[in-house]
Unconditional design. Sequence first.
Length: 380
Amino acid sequence: MSNTISILGSTGSIGRQTLEVAEQMGLRVAALTAHASVERMEEQARQFRPRLAVLTDEAAAKDLAVRLADTDTRVLGGFDALTEAATVPEADTVVTAVVGMVGLKPTLAAIKEKKRIALANKETLVCAGELVMDAADRYGAEIVPVDSEHSAIFQCVQGCVDRGEIKRLILTCSGGPFYGMTYDEVGKMTKADALKHPNWKMGPKITVDCATLMNKGLEVIEAMRLYRLPLEQVSVVIHRQSIVHSLVEYRDGAVLAQLGTPDMRLPIRYAMTYPNRGLNPAEPLDLLSCPPLTFAAPDREAFPCLAMAEEAATEGGTACAILNGANEEAVRLFLADRIGFHDIPRLVAEARTAVPVVQSPTLEDILEADRAARQVVLGN
Ligand code: NDP
Ligand code: MG
């Protein structure tokens, strides 16, 4: 059970919903971070009175320091300050809600301080899952997933003493806005089309990842790392309604699922109250009025990113860091209207071919793989 939290990425979609949950639950807030959203950060700092507010953009941090001069909140700028925010002593829980691999170092630092990690920032586990999970074991830090699918699985494995009894994890996937289209049809879709997710309102990067199905590929890797399972034991099923959040099949044939209204405040709140349960902050699920629940196989030809992530997961080592770094840069270019939709898988494939994979990587190897992959994409 969390009492005092720090949020990395408090101005984003997950960050803002976490503050809503914190307010409802009466949690204290020790530190908040964002990149450059000065006004929103000022508002949040005035309302929640954290000890520390960080903006990684130095100029924005200077502006914030002037705005908050009449408060007790200390303001810091730059990337190293993320680690300071992740290790503020009074916080027992760090919510990692930044977007991208930038979350890795602060997450590792928080783990070393034995904080509970409420983990939304999936890129961290994708790039360095083994390092993160090993560190969590070594320091005895709890990692509670916030991603709705992984929270569902986490809830379905409570009470499972022998993880060897798990036969398969089944991740559900909405299919995104281009579900049912052929590869050629998908290629004609624009940024505005990609940003229309059918069921969830999220930040732009993950919304594009949902349209390419790279998000589901990243989630397959995230699940493999969290539960230390091989790819053969993690499958994906399309479920357009986003009501069954994921399932666990046990060796005796029992399949446990977690269902709920698609509202991220539910998994966020569970990550705060675990192992207890708080009150529902959203609309209750009404089975009689919800649409029929349907399931289908994903189309890996129309959406090649899913298979690319699965291949990287099988290869292991730095393959997933290369995949992720290339994808982060490609999505950035797509959001800046500089490349088309199909250029995303094309550039990721180029980076995967160009950058050699290092097995049993150190943190430095992972950071280098990420840097090299980004360079391949930007050099194109
Ligand atoms: P948003 O884009 O809405 O928010 C990102 C947050 O991170 C903002 O506070 C932003 O600050 C900050 N940020 C962005 N870039 C940097 C950077 N380079 N350095 C430091 N801080 C940065 O993202 P989401 O909330 O949608 O997603 C956050 C994470 O959670 C992602 O990893 C995503 O995959 C995961 N997730 C999100 C879900 C959702 O429903 N949104 C569901 C499941 C997982 P600023 O405002 O200043 O730019
Ligand atoms: Mg998810």
